[in-house]
Design a protein around this ligand. Structure first.
Ligand SMILES: [Zn+2]
Ligand SMILES: [Zn+2]
Length: 128
């Protein structure tokens, strides 16, 4: 084997080694990036989930308050106190007067004329 062939052989094996190193590095980087991206997505999903949970809790609290505030006597219209089933003034049954969306049923807050969720008209609803 001549010197040139020997050099060529050595050189090509060096190139192969370098190629392997580079592809190994590239794989590591790719894996790291993929892991980061997956972690990001997981974090975002968790955040969104927690925000949704908080929103739901706030909504439930607002609904509960609306139901409590909407309790009135069906006869004289007196605002009922907590726990009252019948009016202590006139004996009328206590009902819950709510303002809800005619489309989706969401309980409206004071002053709302249309639903903030779907644009439906707010109507009065009586719950007994
Ligand atoms: Zn009454
Ligand atoms: Zn609605």
């Amino acid at each position: 084997m001549g010197l040139w062939d020997k050099l060529k052989k050595e050189f090509s094996s060096m190139v192969d080694e370098i190629k392997e190193d580079v592809s190994g590095l590239a794989k590591d980087v790719a894996r790291e990036k993929a892991e980061d991206a997956a972690q990001n997505v997981a974090d975002k999903a968790k955040e969104a989930g927690e925000e949704r949970k908080q929103n739901k809790q706030q909504q439930e609290e607002a609904d509960r308050k609306a139901r409590e505030d909407g309790r009135v006597c069906s006869k004289c219209g007196r605002k009922a106190a907590a726990g009252e089933k019948f009016c202590p003034e006139c004996g009328g049954k206590i009902i819950v007067r709510l303002r809800v969306c005619s489309k989706c049923g969401k309980i409206a807050t004071d002053g709302q004329k249309f639903c903030s969720d779907c644009g439906g008209e707010i109507v009065e609803k009586i719950e007994e």
